[in-house]
Design a protein around this ligand. Structure first.
Ligand SMILES: *Cc1c(COP(=O)(O)O)cnc(C)c1O
Length: 463
């Protein structure tokens, strides 16, 4: 499989190449040259596979040439052995129509582990035997950071620098990153928002001073391998609920449009998905874009679902590229315009092409309401991100014979203050996270200025 850039001006790469590169050199994002297809019979034959075997089947067409099926399965076995549930991503039934897909049984309690545990394995596999060292630079709204750090801490040939917006992530999220004292792990708290942190990271990929010295890679969902790993659980849930005969709808709590884009990929590959519900909190640029064509930046408002406190949704570019005929120059012009103007308009024609997605915005009261509903009606304690998905799912008016799966993206104990406020229940941290609150923290605080961050990274990175 070859990968092409959404901006049409970077060299094509194979799977190993895109995994190590992250962002394309023209500022675009890599996507597969074409979507692999599964016929209904192929999907029916996947019904009895374990999660790991299913993962290998679904991902094999994407890694073609870089790994054999056995190698891929071995990496999946290693990645998913760190999950605390045998089913890896179990489904929980809420009522006749509604389900939760629990994606938080990995080591850092959020769905990011599903992709990043595998990405850690892939990095190690592709670096073994090469002369290369890798410097990972990432920005996190909370969960990517801890999941990425867990996946690469202590690995040889890899160093990781993780930027987080100071004071805007939960204490559990921060401690999960800053208490990892492995020498290859560097946490940086910046004054600013996640969007600013993400912009600094993107700028570093385009900075010749940096790229001349460091071999950069990305762990944000701009990295294709992450999205690929997330496609698997859409198949997993669809199969459990009757695919390929019966279509399923998914409600996805959305920030960077990565998780929901993986659902779109599953649909393009042949999984019958009735619709994808893009669930946002009050940082609703995607809801405005999909419902009325208004993709324009506003200030980020901090919420109880901080991993979705995002305005610039990087992966939306991948969708635009695919919907507008996969023409890199169109996408490049569009994104250039957006970067300059801070806004763009989606024509009604384009919105028609995106009609597979519906969208909903959930405010603070509705978020607390959905957490209470899940607890009082179903006995399930859910986290604020999951509650955004559930609120949208409950209001989406999906036909009664279509099961609706809300993606449960974080364990409630990661956001226990907000959960306790809404439900009166204080979720306890699972034993596998250990004595998080007794451990020593280490991180650097920097102003939200590009030069300061770049200079710090250049002077700290191992030569
Ligand atoms: C990252 C994250 C999201 C948003 O996922 P995207 O892929 O950025 O859309 C939602 N919920 C939680 C808990 C997250 O960590």
């Amino acid at each position: 499989m070859q990968y092409i850039s959404t901006r049409g001006n970077a060299s094509n790469l194979d799977f190993a190449g895109v995994t190590l590169a992250g962002l394309a050199s023209d500022g675009g994002l890599y996507v597969p040259q074409k979507w692999p297809q599964f016929a209904a019979d192929d999907i029916a034959a996947m019904r009895h596979l374990s999660y790991v075997d299913l993962a290998a089947k679904v991902m094999l067409p994407f890694v073609g040439g870089s790994l054999t099926e056995d190698e891929l399965r071995d990496l999946c076995t290693a990645a998913y052995s760190n999950f605390s549930h045998d089913a890896v991503t179990p489904l929980v039934q809420l009522n006749e129509q509604h389900w939760l897909l629990e994606l938080f049984h990995g080591p850092t309690l959020a769905f990011k582990d599903v992709a990043l545990q595998l990405l850690g394995q892939l990095f190690e596999r592709f670096l073994t035997g090469s002369e290369e060292n890798l410097t990972i630079i990432g920005a996190t709204s909370g969960d990517t950071g801890s999941a990425a750090i867990d996946a690469v801490a202590g690995r040889e040939k890899i160093e990781i620098f993780m930027l987080h917006p100071k004071g805007r992530i939960s204490e559990v999220q921060r401690r999960q990153m800053t208490t990892i004292l492995a020498p290859n792990v560097h946490n940086i708290a910046i004054d600013g928002s996640f969007d600013e942190a993400q912009a600094f990271v993107k700028a570093m990929f385009g900075d010749a001073d940096v790229t001349a010295k460091l071999n950069l890679s990305a762990v944000n969902s701009i990295n294709w391998a992450r999205l690929m790993a997330q496609v698997v659980y859409y198949f997993w849930a669809g199969l459990r609920l009757g695919a390929p005969e019966r279509p399923v709808a998914f409600s996805v709590p959305t920030g960077n449009f990565g998780d929901v884009f993986a659902g779109y990929v599953a649909a393009r590959m042949g999984l019958p998905i009735e619709r994808l519900i893009v669930a946002t909190n009050v940082n609703d640029i995607l809801h405005r874009a999909l419902s009325r064509g208004d993709y324009s930046l506003t200030e980020v408002t901090p919420t109880d679902a901080p991993s979705m406190d995002i305005q610039v949704s990087s992966n939306f570019e991948r969708l635009l590229f695919d919907l507008e005929g996969r023409d890199g120059s169109t996408t490049a012009a569009r994104m250039k315009w957006f970067e300059q103007m801070g806004k763009m308009v989606l024509s009604s024609d384009l919105r028609k092409k995106a009609a597979f997605f519906s969208s909903m915005r959930t405010d603070a009261d509705e978020m607390a309401g959905a957490m209470r509903w899940a607890y009082e009606h179903c006995g399930e304690v859910i986290d604020p991100h999951t509650s955004v998905a559930l609120h949208a799912a409950l209001h989406a008016e999906t036909p009664a014979d279509i099961p609706v799966v809300s993606l449960a993206t974080a364990h409630p104990s990661k956001f226990r203050d907000a959960v306790e406020q809404a439900t009166g229940v204080r979720p306890t941290l699972p034993a596998r996270v250990g004595n998080l609150f007794d451990r020593k923290e280490r991180f650097e605080s920097l102003p939200g200025e590009y030069a300061a961050i770049r200079d710090h990274i250049l002077s700290t990175a191992a030569p």
